[in-house]
Design a protein around this ligand. Structure first.
Ligand SMILES: Nc1nc2c(c(=O)[nH]1)N[C@H]1C(S)=C(S)[C@@H](COP(=O)(O)O)O[C@H]1N2
Ligand SMILES: [Mo]
Length: 362
């Protein structure tokens, strides 16, 4: 165990702020991800909040502004548990960087995706207690960790529309896989917004504000937006590009590992697929010839509406260098796009092109 009690073979993109993902094989075939393997994405130093001193303010367009301690949250609201997958918008950025360099952004693989059982209370219940006013259209989250990725530096924040905030799956959580929510994952309390990019699941939450407009925080207004390929990301300002919210249909091959040397003959291939928001993964296809022909994998149903779905197949691997390709389809009939070149964007978000790995069979 290393920093933040993560496994020793974590791929650490940055020590400070801490940004790390597990090797893909660590996620394979597991419904939930152990705390020691769960990826972590941070934009500034990790705060150390005293749970006894900590308070959550609820304000803005509400009839009854609240200030809640952890004890009040635990005692005065119905407890709720949700198994949900978090996925960073930068997941699989490495595939975009291979098309064209993306300076200043980490080359995340498919491991910026992990699943936990989250426990806490429903955000909707807290908003109902506060009395959301009709003019409220967005629910903004604020945290105390200060990021100097924004210029001038500012605390982390973001928002989601009211219709998403009122969904039963959106939680204010203090536990993860039955343990206290670890500091690195937002303890004492974070939001979990299932089906949406991880950036909206704000950690170390201290304030919830109901408002007419989306948050003007840097990480909502300027970052986590898909800019046109020709745009200069350094010059991007508030409101430029497409704001990311619900996740795009995606999949990844988790085993075998990239570059593995395997015996030829029957070989098991497994991975995850994630449909995003309230969609489901309907089919996963695997190809050994770059997509000229496909075999359907078995897809598990997932632990609930907000989780990834693992898939499995056994294919006859020929001798020599083999490229394995996978693509998912969702419950609306949509499929993943083939090429990362077609998706390339200056900040490297939302790479949901077909997953490809190369192995060598003897
Ligand atoms: N306060 C705060 N919340 C945050 C972040 C952050 O840097 N600060 N990173 C966000 C991003 S981009 C992601 S993908 C998830 C990662 O959550 P994890 O570190 O628990 O995996 O947290 C989100 N919440
Ligand atoms: Mo993220």
């Amino acid at each position: 165990m290393s920093v933040w009690e993560k496994r020793d073979d974590m791929v650490v993109h940055e020590e400070e702020p801490f940004n790390a993902e597990p090797p893909p094989g660590a996620l394979a075939g597991r419904a939930t991800t152990g705390l020691e393997s769960f990826y972590s994405r941070n934009h500034g130093p990790i705060p150390d909040l005293d749970p006894d001193q900590w308070r959550l303010r609820v304000d803005g367009l509400v009839d009854r502004p609240l200030e809640l301690s952890l004890t009040q949250l635990r005692g005065e609201f119905e407890e709720a548990e949700v198994t949900a997958t978090l996925q960073c918008a930068g997941n699989r950025r490495a595939g975009l960087i291979a098309v064209r360099d993306i300076p200043g952004e980490d080359p995340w693989g498919p491991g910026a995706t992990s699943t936990a059982l989250w426990g806490g209370v429903r955000l909707a219940d807290v908003l109902l207690r506060a009395g959301l006013q009709a003019a409220a259209r967005h629910v903004a989250f604020a945290a105390p960790d200060i990021s100097d990725l924004a210029d001038p530096s500012q605390p982390y924040g973001g928002s989601i529309p009211v219709h998403k905030a009122m969904e039963a799956g959106v939680l204010l959580t203090w536990s993860m896989n039955g343990q206290h929510l670890p500091r690195v994952h937002g303890g004492p309390l974070r939001v979990v917004v299932p089906g949406w990019i991880g950036a909206r699941s704000v950690k170390w939450l201290t304030r919830i504000t109901a408002q007419e407009q989306p948050s003007d925080n840097y990480f909502q207004a300027t970052a986590y937006r898909v800019l046109p390929a020709e745009a200069d990301p350094v010059r991007a300002g508030p409101g430029d590009g497409i704001s990311l919210g619900s996740l795009a249909l995606n999949c990844a091959i988790l085993a075998p590992a990239e570059g593995a040397v395997l015996p030829s003959g029957p070989g098991r291939i497994t991975g995850y697929a994630l449909a995003g928001d309230d969609r489901r993964v309907a089919r996963v296809d695997v190809s050994l010839n770059g997509g000229r022909s496909w075999v359907q994998a078995d897809v598990d149903p997932g632990e609930g509406p907000w989780t990834w779905q693992h898939w499995y197949t056994t294919l006859d691997l020929p001798t020599g260098d083999v490229e394995i390709t996978a693509r998912a389809w969702d419950s609306t009939g949509a499929a993943q796009p083939e090429s990362p070149a077609h998706l390339w964007n200056p900040k490297g978000y939302a790479n949901n092109s077909w997953s490809r790995i190369k192995v060598s069979c003897r």
